[in-house]
Design a protein around this ligand. Structure first.
Ligand code: FAD
Length: 385
């Protein structure tokens, strides 16, 4: 039971959980071990109608609330983070900015194919010298006849390099403002544009079955109609997109913590030492109690932030808090769960993939605002009040 959830949310959770248990769980360990992006598996998520699900129906979406989408990410992350990350990046960072800042023509052109699970769309802010500091973006777009000429690169880009990746929204420097500060503008570019190339980044600690890549722009011509939002609004668009994206990273933390907790409970009931199941030692059962309490608090914090967004209230601070808190809970819970597994937690195990969960949680306090940056965001808001 949870006060934020209605029958639609419960039905969706059941549907996504059933899919993840039946189709993702048995195969994902192998893709992860081989560091392969499971394209057919991702396409099979089509049956769940979760791609672009919060987009309006007239553009091919389901018109669902944000909380529904967050529950879908949570349920996928309960089983695997690479698959959950693929959906989270696509919906929040891919579909999100086109839906929020695109023109009617851009929405009609791009959104329908992004709501089918056939194509993925990426988001590019990060570069060699632009991580936490978005002002460090060095990709340049120069105005030319009928559009822009772009040169530069983006790194670590989720859904950026596979054959399913049909394009990217990104930000580039477009000049210097009157006050001497740099001007940034956002753009859309599709696969196949001459000079737009991509390559997989290998050897990741985590999300090893997700598509993360380098993206290069070498004299890429972008037509004027593919500018996203107003000139000079690029950083604002990207940061607003990340506000919503943080809710999905929080959902990944919550779902991953839930999955790790369930594994720990099951193992603690089975594994016997000193003639008793581990769960019968108070030290272990208290660990489980603390894990359950943190997950409950994480869920309420996240769902409340979604409720604020769904009901038209400011939610940026609460999204930052939810992301910071859920990623900390994911770290605490996987750490304690792995401790309960003892040595068995340190090897790949497809029945109890706690070793993978322990690695996967590490992204959550780095991507879409590190925990340090989130504390800066929250403290600014607290000091303003
Ligand atoms: C798997 C993966 C997927 C990703 N997907 C995408 C994507 O799809 N699109 C995209 O654009 N980016 C993506 N990223 C990039 C991600 O958002 C960045 O890694 C993140 O924003 C941090 O930037 P950075 O790695 O450059 O670290 P830095 O910004 O270099 O930070 C390094 C350390 O310094 C700290 N630090 C920085 N500034 C300060 C400060 N002012 N005060 C105190 N501490 C500070 C940070 O908290 C951190 O601990 C992805 C990254 C990964 C690993």
């Amino acid at each position: 039971m949870n006060a934020f959830l209605n029958e639609t949310h419960h039905a969706l959770r059941k549907k996504v959980r059933g899919f993840a248990e039946k189709y993702v769980k048995p195969v994902i360990g192998e893709f992860e071990a081989k560091e392969q992006f499971p394209m057919d598996l991702i396409r099979s998520l089509k049956s769940l109608n979760v791609f672009g699900m919060h987009a309006p129906e007239r553009f091919g979406g389901q018109g669902s609330d944000y909380l529904s989408y967050i529950i879908a990410v949570e349920e996928l992350a309960r089983v695997d983070s690479s698959v959950a990350a693929t959906l989270a990046a696509h919906n929040s960072l891919g579909v999100g900015p086109i839906m929020e800042f695109g023109t009617e023509e851009q929405k009609a052109k791009y959104l329908p194919s992004l709501c089918t699970a056939e194509n993925l769309w990426a988001f590019g802010l990060t570069e060699e010298n632009a991580g936490s500091d978005a002002q460090g973006v060095e990709t340049v777009a120069k105005e030319q006849a009928n559009g822009w000429l772009v040169n530069g690169h983006k790194k670590y880009i989720t859904n950026g390099a596979s054959d399913m990746s049909s394009g990217i929204s990104f930000v580039a420097q477009t000049g210097i403002r009157e006050d001497g500060r740099k001007e940034f503008t956002a753009f859309l570019v599709s696969k196949g544009a001459p000079g737009y190339t991509r390559e997989f980044m290998k050897n990741k600690l985590l999300w090893r079955a997700a598509d993360n890549g380098m993206v290069y722009f070498n004299d890429v011509h972008i037509p004027a109609e593919d500018q996203l939002g107003e000139r000079g609004q690029g950083i604002k668009i990207m940061l607003k997109t990340i506000d919503s994206g943080r809710l999905s990273i929080a959902a990944m933390g919550l779902g991953l913590a839930q999955g790790a907790f369930e594994m720990a409970v099951s193992f603690a009931k089975k594994r016997k030492q000193f003639g008793k199941a581990l769960a019968n030692f108070q030290v272990i059962s208290f660990k489980l109690a603390d894990m359950a309490m943190k997950i409950e608090n994480a869920r309420n914090t996240l769902y409340n932030a979604c409720w604020l967004k769904d009901n038209g209230h400011a939610f940026g601070t609460q999204a930052a808090m939810a992301k910071l808190y859920c990623s900390q809970v994911a770290s605490d819970v996987t750490g304690e769960a792995l401790q309960i597994f003892g040595g068995a937690g340190l090897f790949r195990n497809d029945e109890y993939p706690i070793e993978r969960f322990f690695r996967d949680q590490r992204l959550l306090s780095i991507g879409e605002g590190t925990s340090e940056v989130l504390r800066m965001v929250i403290s600014r808001s607290v000091l303003k009040e």
